[in-house]
Design a protein around this ligand. Structure first.
Ligand SMILES: Nc1ncnc2c1ncn2[C@@H]1O[C@H](COP(=O)(O)OP(=O)(O)O)[C@@H](O)[C@H]1O
Ligand SMILES: [Mg+2]
Length: 1023
C-alpha cells in the first residue's frame, strides 16, 4: 500500500532544511533530527520560517557545545529570527534593522497566550510576566542585560509599548500610559549619547517600576537611575558625543530661546562638544528629536518656566566648559575668557591650573549629574500613582542594566557595571538552581558567583573597601598604592591576580597597572588608573556653596544647604553604587524575575552580519552556556502534568480519551506505556521532567502518527465542542450500524424465503411470502388501470390469483360505475345509438370503424333545408331525422338527389316539394348493405303492395348513422343484411335487379355492361 504519510513527510522535507525534524510540544515548536531524518511538522499555525533551528536551546541535543549553541543562533539570525529561549530566558540578537514583528497584530497574537504556544518574542516575556502578576498576584521584574548596543533599551521600550497597547485602560489611565511612554525620549535625551558601539547608548542604569491596579490597567510608574556616566559631560572619546540634549538644544532650539541662553547655533563653539570630533551623526536627527523631547516634557507635566530653567542649566554647563584658565607665575589660575566671568567669577579660589580645570569639570559633572537625578524625580512625580484608596498596586519592574562592555583595558566604570552584571546573572542562576533544589534533583554543579561578589563587596577585605580606604587615608595615596594594597590584602584569592602576582604567560597580556578578576565566564582585566579620583568624586565645598545660592530653582533643589552642614565625608562612588545595587537586589529578589539576554551581532551596527568571535564572547560573558547547563541539569523538558497528559493521552489506551484518576498517575501510566526508562524521566510534585530531547521527540513522532490514525484531528485535547461533536458522531454511527444489522437480517430472511417459496407456509418462508403479497398489492395500487379500455393488470403471485381476478373485476365495475355516474342524457342517447351501430356493423362493414369516433347528429337537414310543403304534408308526424341521399332509378340506375326523412312511423323519399315515396316501417321488409366501405343500401318493400314501385336503392354519405337511425326508428335492428359480393332486389312486377360490389381505389357507382349496378368501394382496411 502506498504510504501517504511518508509522502507528506517527504514533501515537508523538501520545503524545509532536511536535517531537522520539528516537534512542537504543547505549542512550543522546535526542531531536531528525527530518527529517520525526516522532518515532521506539528503545528500549522507556525510558518516554516519559525521553525529554523530550535526555538529553545534546552532542546539542543548537544547542549554543552558552544559551537552548537552559536550555530543555532546563527541559523535563526539568518532567517531574522532574533529571539530564542533558554527555558524561560529570552536570548535576543540585535537585528540592526526594522523587522515587521512589532505590530499591533503581533501584540494581539501574544496576548494571553501561553509562553510556549507561539514563537519566542519579547512580547511573550512581557505577556507572561503580566499574566503571572495578574493570576498569581506576585510582583514581577524583567531583567534585560547585554553589551552596549545589544538592544536592551529597545527591548525595554518594546515591553512598555506592549503594556501601553494591550492593557485595559480608562481616560485617567491613558495619561499615565502617555507619560510612561513619553518619559523615554526625555530620559534618553539627557542620559543617552552616541558611543562607538551604539548611536543611542544609555549612559545610565535604569530600573523602572510599572504599577497596575486590580483591573490590570497601568496606573503609575517609578524610575530608579544608576550611575550616570558624568565624565561624558566634560570629555568624550574620539568618535563619540556628549549627551544628546546639548546637540538637540543647539540644533533645534528656537532663535529666541538660544539668545536668552546666550548660545550660538554651532556645537563647534563649545569645548565640551568638540572632544569627540563628531557633532553630527547620520543616524541621529537632533532637530526633530528636539521637537519630540520638547513635546514629551509637556506631556510629562513640565511648565514653560521649568523647561526654561532646565535648559538654562544645560546652557550653563556648556558655558562652564568654555572657561579657560591662564597660569600666573605664582601658579594660581585665573580665568582668561571674559565673557564667562559673569557666570563664574566667584568660583576662583587659589588653585593651580590643573586643579582649576579639574574643579570646573567637577562642577559641570556635578551640576549635570544632579540635574539628571532631579529630572528623574520630576518624572517620578508625574508618574506617581495618586489613588490613595488603592494601597498596593501590583508591579512589573524593568531593569535595563547599563551596558557591560569588556574592553581591552577596563576602567572604574566598567568595574562598577560589571558588578551589576555579576549580580544579575547570579540571580538568574540562583533562580535556576533554586528550581532544582525545590524539585529535589541531584545537586547541580554551577559556578558560584558569591565568591566573586564577596571578593568585591566584603567589608574590610573586599576590593571596594580597600579602594575606599585608600581614598580616605591621609598621605599620598594613589592608584598604584591601591593596587599594592590589593596585592597585600587579597593577592592570594583564587579569582584575583595582578601583573606582579601573575605567572609569566598571564603577565604578557596584562599591563603593569592592571588587576584581573576571574568571573564565572572568563577573565577581565581592570586598569587602576583613575580609580581613586573617580571613586572620590569630590566637589569643592565652596563650589557647592555657590550652587546653593543659585536663583535657579532646579539647582537649589539639587544643591541642598543641609549637605553643607553635614561634615561627614560623602560616600565614595563605589560605595554609593554598591549600596544602591544592594537596594536594587533587594527589590528584585522580592519579585519573580524574567530574563532577557541581548546580544550584539557585530560592532559595525550592520544588519545581517553575524560576527562569530564577538558573539562567542558575549555568550560567554552573559553566562548563557552556564545558564543552559543549569537549566538542562539533566532534564531537557518539563511540563505540568495536566498539560502533558492532555497532549499525549491519546498514545495510551488507559488514558484515552479521558483519565479519571489523579493526574500524576495518568502521566505515570502513560509514560510506562510509552516505554520511558526510569532514568529518562522523573515525576515531580506537579510536573514531569524528561531528561533527553530525543525521548520527547520520539513521543512527538508517535503523537503525529497517532493523529493521522485519529483522522487528523487538529488537536487532541477535546474542547467541549469536540466532545459534543464526538458524542453526536457516536450516536450517528450507532444508528447507522443498527440499520446495517437490520438490513443484513432482512436480506438473509429474504434469501431463505426465496429458497422455500414453493413450500407450504412455514417460518422460513412466511416473511418472503408476506413480502411478495405485500409488494404485489402495493405495486397493484400504484398501477391500477385508469380507464375501462386499459386492460393491463399485473401478474399476481400464485397465492393471489383468485383475489387478483376478483380485484380486477371490482376495479372494472368501479370504473364503469363511476363512468356511468358522470354521464349526461344527451351523451347517453348518443352512446345508445352507438351501441346499436356497433351491434349491427361491428366487424361486418368496412367503414364502421371510421364512424365510431364521429358523433351521430340529431339530423343532417334542418327545417330550412326541407321544403315547407313537405313539412306541411307530413302533418302531425314528427320528423326524427333527415339526410340528403342519392337515389338510383330502378331502370337505367340514374342517380337523383333526394332527401330521406324519418318520422316515428315511416320513412319518406322526398324530391323538392314532393313526397315521392312513403315507406311504412311496418311494411319495410329489410335493409341490405354491402360489407365494403360504400354508402349504398337497399330498402326492401313488399312487391304485392301496389303503391310501391319496388325496392329503393339509395346511397348516403353517412351510411352507418343513417342506417342506425332507420333501424332504431323502424325497430329493425335485426333486419339489416350485410352482403358480400352482390345484392339482389326487386324492381317490381316480378323483375329483379342486381348490385355488384367490388373493392377499388375510389368510390364509383355505374351501370355495368351486364345490366347490373356496379359499385366500387374504396379499400379502407387491410381486409
Ligand atoms: N529589536 C530591534 N529591532 C531593530 N533594531 C534594534 C532592535 N534592538 C536594537 N536595535 C538597534 O540597535 C540600536 C541599539 O539598541 P539599544 O537598545 O539602544 O542598545 P543598548 O540599550 O543595549 O545599548 C538601536 O538604536 C536600534 O537601532
Ligand atoms: Mg541602552
Amino acid at each position: 500500500m502506498y504510504d501517504y504519510q511518508l509522502e507528506d513527510k517527504l514533501q515537508l522535507r523538501k520545503r524545509i532544511a532536511p536535517e531537522y525534524v520539528h516537534v512542537i510540544h504543547h505549542g512550543i515548536s522546535f526542531c531536531a533530527v528525527g530518527s529517520d531524518g525526516v522532518r515532521i511538522t506539528m503545528e500549522s499555525a507556525l510558518t516554516a520560517r519559525d521553525r529554523v533551528g530550535v526555538q529553545d536551546f534546552v532542546l539542543l541535543e548537544n547542549f554543552t557545545s558552544e559551537a552548537a549553541f552559536i550555530e543555532n543562533l546563527r541559523k535563526r539570525f539568518k532567517e531574522n529570527l532574533i529571539y530564542t529561549y533558554i527555558g524561560s530566558v529570552l536570548v535576543s540578537v540585535n537585528p540592526y534593522k526594522d523587522l515587521e514583528i512589532y505590530t499591533k497584530n503581533h501584540m494581539e497574537r501574544y496576548r494571553g497566550v501561553n509562553f510556549y504556544e507561539v514563537s519566542p518574542h519579547i512580547y511573550a516575556v512581557a505577556d507572561n510576566s503580566y499574566r503571572s502578576m495578574r493570576t498569581e498576584r506576585r510582583d514581577q521584574c524583567i531583567l534585560i542585560s547585554g553589551e552596549s548596543g545589544a538592544g536592551k533599551t529597545e527591548a525595554s521600550k518594546k515591553i512598555l509599548q506592549y503594556y501601553a497597547i494591550t492593557c485595559p485602560a480608562s481616560d485617567q489611565v491613558q495619561t499615565v500610559k502617555d507619560r510612561l511612554l513619553q518619559s523615554n525620549p526625555v530620559l534618553e535625551a539627557f542620559g543617552n549619547a552616541k558611543t562607538l558601539r551604539n548611536d543611542n547608548s544609555s549612559r545610565f542604569g535604569k530600573y523602572m517600576d510599572i504599577q497596575f491596579d486590580f483591573k490590570g490597567a497601568p496606573v503609575g510608574g517609578h524610575i530608579l537611575n544608576y550611575l550616570l556616566e558624568k565624565s561624558r559631560v566634560v570629555h568624550q572619546n574620539h568618535g563619540e558625543r556628549n549627551f544628546h540634549i546639548f546637540y538637540q538644544l543647539i540644533e533645534g532650539g528656537e532663535e529666541d530661546l538660544l539668545r536668552r541662553l546666550g548660545l550660538e547655533k554651532n556645537p563647534q563653539q563649545y569645548q565640551y562638544l568638540v572632544k569627540g570630533n563628531c557633532p553630527k551623526v547620520s543616524s541621529i536627527n537632533d532637530r526633530s528629536d528636539w521637537k519630540v523631547v520638547r513635546k514629551a516634557l509637556t506631556v510629562i507635566g513640565f511648565n514653560d518656566d521649568e523647561v526654561e530653567e532646565l535648559l538654562n542649566i544645560i546652557a550653563s554647563v556648556l558655558h562652564l566648559g568654555n572657561i579657560q584658565f591662564g597660569g600666573e607665575d605664582s601658579g594660581i589660575a585665573y580665568i582668561t575668557t571674559d565673557t564667562q566671568i559673569k557666570y563664574l567669577s566667584r568660583l576662583i579660589s587659589p588653585l593651580n591650573l590643573e586643579q582649576a580645570a579639574s574643579a570646573r569639570d567637577a562642577l559641570s559633572k556635578a551640576v549635570y549629574g544632579r540635574t539628571f537625578t532631579w529630572l528623574v524625580n520630576k518624572i517620578n512625580d508625574s508618574l506617581a500613582f495618586k489613588d490613595e484608596s488603592y494601597k498596593n498596586p501590583s508591579v512589573i519592574g524593568l531593569l535595563d542594566i547599563y551596558g557591560f562592555e569588556v574592553f581591552q583595558h577596563n576602567r572604574f566604570s566598567t568595574f562598577c557595571t560589571c558588578l551589576t552584571v555579576v549580580l544579575s546573572s547570579e540571580m538568574a542562576i540562583k533562580d535556576a538552581v533554586m528550581f532544582h533544589a525545590v524539585s529535589q534533583w541531584e545537586p547541580v554543579q554551577y559556578f558560584n558567583n558569591k565568591i566573586i561578589c564577596d571578593l568585591v563587596e566584603e567589608k574590610f577585605k573586599g576590593i571596594i573597601s580597600i579602594l575606599d580606604e585608600e581614598c580616605l587615608r591621609p598621605g599620598d595615596a594613589s592608584d598604584i598604592t591601591f593596587l599594592e594594597k590589593l596585592e597585600d590584602t587579597v593577592g592570594g584569592h583564587a579569582h584575583l591576580t595582578t601583573h606582579k602576582l601573575a605567572d609569566g604567560k598571564t603577565r604578557k597580556v596584562m599591563g603593569r597597572e592592571e588587576f584581573r578578576l576571574l568571573h564565572y565566564a572568563g577573565e577581565v582585566n581592570y586598569n587602576v588608573n583613575g580609580f581613586l579620583d573617580k571613586n572620590n568624586d569630590l566637589l569643592f565645598r565652596n563650589l557647592k556653596e555657590v550652587m546653593c545660592m543659585s536663583e535657579n530653582t532646579i539647582l537649589t533643589q539639587c544643591f541642598d544647604r543641609v549637605e553643607l552642614k553635614d561634615n561627614k565625608r560623602p560616600e565614595t562612588a563605589a560605595t554609593q553604587f554598591k549600596n544602591s545595587l544592594a537596594k536594587l537586589m533587594e527589590i528584585l529578589m522580592s519579585k519573580e524575575p524574567s530574563y532577557v539576554r541581548c546580544i550584539k551581532p557585530n560592532d559595525a551596527k550592520q544588519a545581517g552580519r553575524f560576527d562569530e568571535v564577538l558573539i562567542r564572547h558575549q555568550v560567554k560573558y552573559l553566562g548563557l552556556m552556564e545558564n543552559l547547563r543549569v537549566r538542562r541539569a539533566g532534564f531537557a523538558y518539563r511540563r505540568r502534568y495536566e498539560i502533558f497528559l492532555q497532549r499525549y493521552k491519546s498514545l495510551c489506551p488507559e488514558t484515552w480519551p479521558t483519565w479519571e484518576g489523579k493526574q500524576v498517575d495518568g502521566v505515570s501510566t502513560l509514560v510506562k506505556h510509552l516505554g520511558y526508562k526510569p532514568e529518562e524521566y522523573k515525576l515531580g510534585r506537579s510536573k514531569i521532567f524528561i531528561r533527553f530531547p530525543k525521548t520527547l521527540f520520539a513521543t512527538e513522532d508517535a503523537l503525529e502518527t497517532r493523529k493521522h490514525s485519529l483522522g487528523n484531528s487538529p488537536t487532541l485535547c477535546p474542547s467541549p465542542a469536540v466532545m459534543i461533536q464526538s458524542w453526536w458522531k457516536g450516536i450517528l454511527a450507532r444508528r447507522r450500524a443498527q440499520r446495517k444489522r437490520q438490513a443484513v437480517d432482512s436480506i438473509r430472511r429474504f434469501i431463505k424465503g426465496f429458497i422455500y417459496r414453493h413450500k407450504e407456509r412455514c417460518p422460513e418462508n412466511e416473511y418472503f411470502l408476506d413480502y411478495v403479497r405485500y409488494s404485489f398489492l402495493i405495486k397493484l395500487r400504484k398501477n391500477l388501470p385508469k380507464t375501462v379500455l386499459d386492460k393491463s393488470w399485473p401478474t399476481p403471485p400464485a397465492a393471489l390469483v383468485e383475489a387478483s381476478e376478483l380485484l380486477r373485476k371490482m376495479n372494472m365495475q368501479n370504473m364503469v360505475w363511476r363512468y356511468c355516474k358522470k354521464i349526461n342524457p344527451e351523451w347517453k342517447h348518443q352512446l345508445e345509438q352507438k351501441m346499436v351501430a356497433s351491434e349491427i356493423f361491428k366487424d361486418k362493414k368496412d367503414n364502421y370503424p371510421q364512424s365510431v369516433p364521429k358523433l351521430f347528429v340529431g339530423t343532417r337537414l334542418n327545417g330550412e333545408e326541407i321544403n315547407p310543403k313537405v313539412l306541411q304534408s307530413l302533418g302531425n308526424e314528427k320528423m326524427k331525422y333527415a339526410v340528403p341521399v342519392t337515389k338510383y332509378d330502378r331502370k337505367g340506375y340514374k342517380a337523383r338527389n333526394r332527401q330521406l326523412l324519418l318520422t316515428s312511423n315511416s320513412a319518406f323519399i322526398v324530391e323538392e316539394g314532393k313526397l315521392k315515396q312513403r315507406i311504412d316501417y311496418a311494411s319495410l321488409k329489410g335493409i341490405s348493405v354491402s360489407s365494403l366501405s360504400d354508402g349504398v343500401f337497399v330498402l326492401h318493400v313488399p312487391t304485392e303492395d301496389n303503391k310501391q314501385k319496388g325496392d329503393v336503392v339509395l346511397q348516403s354519405d353517412h351510411i352507418i348513422e343513417t342506417l342506425t337511425k332507420v333501424a332504431i326508428c323502424a325497430d329493425k335492428i335485426h333486419s339489416i343484411n350485410i352482403n358480400q359480393g352482390s345484392i339482389t332486389f326487386t324492381v317490381g312486377h316480378g323483375k329483379e335487379g342486381t348490385i355488384d360490389f367490388t373493392s377499388g381505389s375510389e368510390l364509383l357507382v355505374a351501370k355495368a355492361k351486364n345490366g347490373h349496378l356496379s359499385v366500387t368501394a374504396p379499400r379502407l382496411n387491410s381486409r
